[in-house]
Design a protein around this ligand. Structure first.
Ligand code: SF4
Ligand code: MG
Length: 326
């Protein structure tokens, strides 16, 4: 459970003034066992900040991340270390995240060394072989170095490393974005398979809506640090309740666009101080009205399983229904 998570970054200028930027603004979201939750949004919307906080690689300014009922940020360091075997992270870059000087066997086994119970060498070897096979690589290749593998294989190695502690949750930040289309599809199938066989939950962060549409049960759409819409992935993209989701969905209409840069990657205009109180999307929103400048829309339930942070979410739904009738 992610509860009202916020993260501010403070920058100091030469004259001693400090300026605080809110990268993440009161994001709350639950990921259930075996569930794949996708997080989408433009670059700079706070997706990676969210990933790092959920993986406890960074601390929030306020809010909580509850894992099996324990707040990660109030655990003692020793207990947090123990807890880490339950959640692992996979990053975008299969080149940068694997140490080129280490053999695959060593790389994949690395998370085991933080476990409370130190496994024996034989156990490690066996576990590494099992993990490599479960991601479709040959156990016999454990003695090779990362450069001897393709990009897709390297990402599989990163996934094998993430799974070796048998985590309940894998946080994947743009985990397939650097891969070719056909390799992306393979890795996505692998993740869905792992969910099926091992009941692993995923928090899957990407700018690519087609990828989320393909693998996620639920999606959260982020805009400038806030969660603006949540719901079953397919419903959300088919029938958005937030105007921003519609902009994203229209920019990326089909699975053929998989992997190509789209409008969803363009950065939003800088946030003017005048708009701080209202809806942060209002200077791009075709439905904006005076209330949108005065009052910040909170995330609220619009339909069963569907939430949106927009004063006119019901109008978005009504517009769509009218449109379908014609
Ligand atoms: Fe647009 Fe207003 Fe909804 Fe914001 S609250 S998305 S400005 S209609
Ligand atoms: Mg990012």
């Amino acid at each position: 459970d992610i509860r009202a998570l916020s993260r501010d970054y403070v920058s100091h200028s030469l004259v001693g003034a400090s300026h605080s930027t809110r990268a993440l603004d009161e994001v709350s979201l639950a990921v259930d066992g075996g569930e794949i939750v996708g997080i989408v949004g433009e670059s700079g919307c706070g997706k990676s900040t969210l990933a790092r906080l959920v993986a406890a690689l960074d601390r929030p300014t306020s809010g909580h991340v509850l894992f099996d009922g324990d707040d990660l940020f109030s655990l003692r360091p020793k207990d947090l270390t123990r807890k880490r075997e339950n959640f692992q992270m996979v990053f975008q870059d299969p080149f940068g995240s694997l140490d080129p000087r280490q053999k695959v066997e060593r790389i994949v086994a690395e998370p085991l060394h933080v476990l409370a119970r130190r496994p024996s060498r034989a156990e490690i070897r066996e576990k590494v072989a099992e993990m490599l096979e479960s991601v479709g690589l040959q156990a016999a290749h454990a003695g090779r170095y990362p450069h001897e593998f393709s990009g897709g294989q390297r990402q599989r190695i990163a996934i094998a490393r993430a799974l070796i502690t048998e985590p309940k949750l894998v946080i994947a930040d743009e985990a397939v974005s650097a891969l070719d289309l056909s390799v992306q599809a393979q890795v996505l199938n692998l993740l869905m398979d792992l969910r099926e066989k091992r009941g692993v939950s995923f928090l899957f962060i990407t700018h690519n809506l087609a990828v989320v549409d393909c693998i996620a049960d639920r999606v959260g759409v982020m805009y400038r640090g806030r969660l603006v819409e949540t719901g079953p992935a397919h419903n959300v993209f088919e029938r958005p309740f937030h105007p921003y989701t519609r902009v994203l969905a229209e920019a990326e209409p089909s699975i053929e666009r998989f992997g190509r840069p789209t409008a969803s990657e363009r950065s939003p205009p800088p946030l003017g101080s005048a708009e701080a109180g209202g809806c942060t999307f209002r200077n791009r929103c075709p439905l904006a009205m005076p209330r949108c400048a005065a009052e910040r829309p909170e995330l609220r339930t619009i339909a069963p399983g569907r939430q949106a942070a927009c004063h006119r979410a019901e109008d978005m739904g009504a517009e769509d229904i009218a449109g379908n009738g014609n």
